[in-house]
Design a protein. Structure first.
Length: 474
């Protein structure tokens, strides 16, 4: 099958402007933002605007046995959107309509190319809230979020993308259109195919429409920042806040009948010493250089100041050297700015980063941070850790010079060692970034041979020719 024949067949059902063939242009669609992930050279890039156009692409690909790689904004960090050689890159970014916002049923119906932040602002106008907020929320698309089951800063209270996807319209590998799920608040009819597609990284079908659950818009959150003289003390504070009690029994709240632990913050983030220094170097934020760990907590409750005061006391009990409370939304945003700058700051250390995505039980968070520090020393590398501490999802970030072959090798080996450590601690290789190309070997280790066999059987059922996002997951 020649490239020209493929393009002619695609143009039979697509407008010319939707089919990109210039090699310099198509090359820009070859990969996402992950390091160490091979990418092929696409034959063509297609940017459909309608469901029917997506169906035409998949029918053509099935007939000609051509691989198809679905893409969103390519902000992923695991190579899950990387092109295969001679594939059709199917970019869904032009399918960007918000079809419906229903304040009574608290749902939104959207196309996959809608940017997360655009949806969030649109539903805010109706007094509603779409909670999933990946760090790339100003760029990433809902379709990409669904593909990786993306998370974000607010997961500790509101959960990840999977918990907000009620129903999907999916174009299957052979071009048929499948509708899953529901619009209702409840529904248990049949197998939950909706959840099967969420996190499948475009390997089972192409999402062309999503029905999403919404929440009432919460009050503006207030934030505190707590500094600690050790990462282990900060992790102890996380356990106290989330209800484990830390190393000591916790007192009862006065008159409340509730333990001082067991709070439900809207955000609970941690930055280690390396990350704090990198942020200071990048932005001159004046964070104390003596801090070994910085913990940020937020509440969007009706009385956030009271909740923050209780959490501040727990931080002090765990050994916080200083606790700073924001008085209003502007001060809260200023405190959060350091966390938002973390990944950019770590990238500036050496120019290239590998961002890990290991999630462990909260009770083992301290063990993971200690282990990462040992691994950094072993390989002679700078590895900073920022974390969604409230749900144990850490992002150890390996900083290295990509032009130095030895340093690149050490970076990859340290990355693998961190994943191995996460599994040893009862965790998972990915909390929100997905498997893609980067973690294929590790997925097999995590789920075992029987799990791998079952997952491959599911893939075979939905994609018998193996044309959907080949080379990803397993």
């Amino acid at each position: 099958m020649s490239r020209s024949h493929l393009i002619d067949r695609l143009l039979a059902g697509l407008p010319a402007e939707a089919v990109l063939t210039d090699p310099d242009v198509t090359a820009s669609y070859a990969h996402d933002m992950a390091s160490f992930c091979p990418a092929g050279t696409p034959a063509v890039v297609v940017l459909p605007r309608t469901v029917e156009q997506v169906q035409h692409v998949m029918r053509t690909a099935t007939e000609l046995r051509v691989p198809v790689v679905p893409q969103g904004a390519r902000t992923g960090l695991s190579g899950g959107a990387n092109a295969a050689d001679d594939c059709v890159v199917l970019s869904l970014t032009k399918m960007d309509r918000i079809i419906e916002i229903d304040p009574v049923d608290r749902i939104a119906v959207v196309e996959p190319g809608v940017v997360n932040a655009t949806l969030s602002r649109a539903v805010n106008e109706h007094g509603l809230h779409y909670p999933p907020d990946p760090s790339s929320w100003e760029m990433c698309t809902i379709g990409g979020n669904i593909g990786t089951a993306a998370g974000g800063l607010c997961c500790v209270k509101y959960g990840v993308t999977a918990e907000y996807v009620l129903g999907l319209d999916v174009v299957l590998a052979d071009g048929r259109l499948l509708s899953t799920g529901r619009r209702t608040a409840k529904g248990v009819a049949g197998y939950d195919l909706t959840r099967l597609f969420v996190g499948s990284e475009g390997s089972l079908g192409v999402v062309v429409r999503a029905t999403l659950a919404l929440k009432p818009q919460p009050p503006r959150q207030l934030v505190l920042a707590a500094e600690f003289a050790s990462a282990s003390a900060a992790c102890d504070a996380v356990c106290r806040i989330m209800g484990a009690g830390g190393r000591e029994a916790l007192p009862q709240k006065d008159g409340g009948g509730r333990r001082a632990g067991g709070h439900v913050p809207s955000l609970l983030e941690l930055m280690d010493r390396t990350t704090v220094k990198a942020v200071n170097d990048l932005a001159r934020m004046g964070l104390p250089e003596s801090t070994e760990a910085l913990l940020l907590a937020a509440f969007d409750t009706p009385d956030p100041a009271a909740d923050l005061a209780a959490v501040g006391a727990l931080c002090e009990a765990a050994g916080a050297t200083q606790v700073v409370f924001a008085d209003d939304a502007a001060e809260s945003e200023l405190l959060l700015q350091a966390r938002r700058l973390s990944l950019n700051a770590l990238e500036a250390v050496k120019g290239t980063t590998m961002i890990d995505d290991v999630c462990v039980p909260r009770s083992r968070l301290g063990d993971l941070l200690d282990g990462v520090e040992r691994i950094a020393g072993k390989y002679g590398l700078t590895i900073g850790v920022c974390a969604h501490a409230g749900d144990g999802n850490t992002h150890p970030t390996v900083c290295f010079d990509a032009a130095d072959p030895d340093e690149s090798r050490r970076a990859r080996e340290s990355f693998d060692e961190i994943m191995a450590l996460g599994l040893e601690l009862g965790g998972t290789i990915t909390g929100e970034h997905g498997v893609g190309v980067l973690k294929k070997e590790w997925l097999a280790r995590e789920i075992g041979p029987v799990g791998l066999e079952m997952q491959r059987a599911v893939k075979q059922l939905f994609d018998p020719l193996g044309i959907l996002n080949p080379g990803k997951l397993f």
